[in-house]
Design a protein around this ligand. Structure first.
Ligand SMILES: *Cc1c(COP(=O)(O)O)cnc(C)c1O
Ligand SMILES: [Zn+2]
Length: 555
């Protein structure tokens, strides 16, 4: 049975059959409309067929506005992995943080969902030329799909978009138009250009295919969480407690929330997630409006941030809509973070999770850290974070100088033989005179986390012990420069280790950092006070907190 899609007007509330050629409500002319589907019919079809379909966004085609079930322009969009952030989770004390790894889309951002569905719909509608305004990622993604669809693309980019991204756009055969000005000005110029030339202009959040495409991130996340967590609520899929994304225009969270809402309507999930919308402090019109409980955002005329992807100063009606949708669903929060917190988060994610994300995505991670530490996100809540790629343009900013050890193999060796020259060169790279650090914890994952923090930051000779007796033995034998000590261990606990170290002259001076999950009594705090240089609470410290302590103690 064919599926009939309707478009419901968000202004007059009237419904009309969805026509891909029409971009306004036939009753009142509004551009703000929402697609509606026969949900019971689709739910039945999914129950029968979904498990047999490949894991890409087209497996949900009944809830997409294209005719084709798998357009010939597909580049394998959607179906990105849901990764558990173990180290981040351990540091924040939240075991259920999941990264929706949109880096693994065809052009490394979640804009691939939008581009795939929109360009497929435009191709179906016979469109051969179009205009987009973009802060980078939309232009890259649309360029790839436009190339496949035979659509001429004009991409208007602000001159602040990293040149690496602009070249990527140009490489796909798109005409790049660089605008010296804000993103809001760029959008106005692009839309006027399209109007004068009579070509299609991408309407972003006002475009039905764009919003519909973004829903698939919700469908996938709920389906993947089910594989991880089972279905404790008895519904086919498992919804997260939070969906977090950084925003510029706000289309992503609008689409994702619509996706979750449809799943709930179909009975596939039990409840809706709260939505965490993160902006950069230098361009946070939505956050300001949210905190003052305003229905309309006051535009930021001159965004001041290095994170160009998120520099929409005037979110217009999208904010009003997003706020309304969030309040009408499970609630949520708008929060902002600084560029500095963002850059730290990029480095953190790469070093501690092996996930290299771009600044716009690191804004979300920095927001997550802030919200967990503020207690807004509870430690038992399941969080899905949208992450994208493109780290390269900012790597130099994050690493600064001195990030490599250099060997020059082209100069003739001073030494007699080539072998000796090689050994001399390599002795600059690694020596065995590094600070000696003992890590004592009965939990191997906790030891691994601390080892990773230290090894990703500098050179140490590390020793590990998994119980108190072994720790005392190790201290006496190896005389480390520093001990990182857990308190709760079987047999001899951390207090016992401290006492034993104290009782031997050769180990009495070893500085100790205690890392513990234990809630300390005031008596225990007193016991530790004279003896321990610093105390970190498990689940409540980040890598740089430990790095700072270690550096200061080793001098
Ligand atoms: C586009 C983009 C955003 C902002 O998304 P909107 O939903 O359009 O506000 C955030 N992060 C990345 C990486 C993006 O590409
Ligand atoms: Zn209307």
């Amino acid at each position: 049975m064919p599926i009939t899609i309707h478009a419901k007007c968000l202004d007059c509330g009237k419904t009309a059959p969805y026509d891909p050629h029409s971009h306004t409500c036939p009753h009142c002319g509004s551009e703000w409309r929402e697609a509606q589907y026969p949900y019971p019919q689709i739910s039945a079809a999914w129950k029968e067929q979904l498990t047999t379909r490949p894991f890409n966004l087209w497996r949900y085609h009944e809830l997409l506005p294209t005719v084709s079930n798998l357009p010939d322009i597909s580049l394998g969009e959607g179906g990105t992995p849901l990764l558990k952030a173990n180290n981040l989770g351990m540091m924040l004390g939240n075991p259920n943080i999941y990264i929706k790894d949109e880096r693994q889309g065809p052009t490394a951002s979640f804009k691939d969902r939008q581009a795939a569905v929109t360009i497929a719909a435009l191709k179906e509608a016979g469109i051969t030329e179009m205009v987009v305004a973009s802060t980078g990622n939309v232009a890259i993604s649309y360029s790839a799909y436009a190339a496949r669809a035979g659509i001429k693309l004009w991409a208007f980019l602000t001159s602040r978009v990293p040149v690496e991204k602009m070249r990527e756009v140009a490489l796909y055969g798109t005409q790049v138009v660089k605008v010296t000005g804000s993103y809001d000005q760029t959008k106005k110029i692009a839309s006027e250009f399209a109007r004068q030339r009579g070509v299609f202009y991408d309407l972003g959040a006002r475009s039905i295919p764009c919003i519909e495409a973004m829903k698939t991130i919700a469908f996938e996340a709920a389906e993947q969480l089910t594989q991880r967590l089972g279905t404790p609520t008895g519904h086919p899929w498992q919804s997260p407690d939070w969906y977090l994304q950084s925003v510029s225009g706000g289309m992503g969270p609008l689409g994702a929330l619509k996706g979750f809402t449809e799943l709930k309507e179909m009975g596939w999930i039990n409840s809706l997630p709260k939505v965490g919308v993160i902006q950069t402090e230098g361009c946070a019109p939505m956050v300001h409006a949210w905190k003052q409980n305003l229905e309309k955002a006051i535009p930021v005329r001159a965004p001041h941030t290095h994170i160009e992807t998120l520099a929409t100063g005037d979110p217009g009606h999208t904010y009003t809509l997003l706020r309304e949708k969030i309040l009408g669903a499970a609630g949520g929060i708008f929060e902002s973070v600084t560029d500095e917190e963002t850059f730290r988060a990029i480095h953190f994610m790469a070093k501690m999770e092996g996930i290299s994300v771009e600044p716009a995505a690191a804004v979300t991670i920095a927001g997550l850290i802030k919200l967990v530490r503020a207690g807004v996100i509870r430690s038992d809540e399941v969080v899905v974070v949208n992450c994208t790629g493109h780290t390269m343009p900012v790597e130099s900013v994050i690493l600064g100088e001195g990030w490599s050890k250099d060997i020059n193999a082209t100069v003739p060796p001073v030494q007699e033989t080539e072998q000796e020259g090689l050994l001399a060169a390599l002795s600059h790279v690694a020596s065995d005179r590094y600070p000696r650090v003992a890590i004592v914890d009965d939990n191997p994952e906790a030891r691994r986390l601390i080892r990773r923090i230290l090894q990703s930051q500098g050179e140490y000779t590390l020793f590990e012990a998994d119980d108190g007796r072994e720790a005392v033995e190790l201290a006496r034998k190896e005389l480390p420069n520093l001990m990182i000590l857990d308190l709760m261990m079987p047999e001899l606990d951390g207090f016992g280790v401290l006492e034993a170290l104290q009782s031997m002259p050769e180990t009495a001076e070893i500085p100790v950092i205690v890392v513990t999950a234990k809630e300390l009594t005031s008596r225990e705090k007193e016991l530790l006070a004279g003896r321990v240089k610093s105390l970190l609470q498990k689940g409540d410290f980040m890598n740089n907190d430990l790095e700072d302590e270690v550096r200061s103690l080793l001098g």
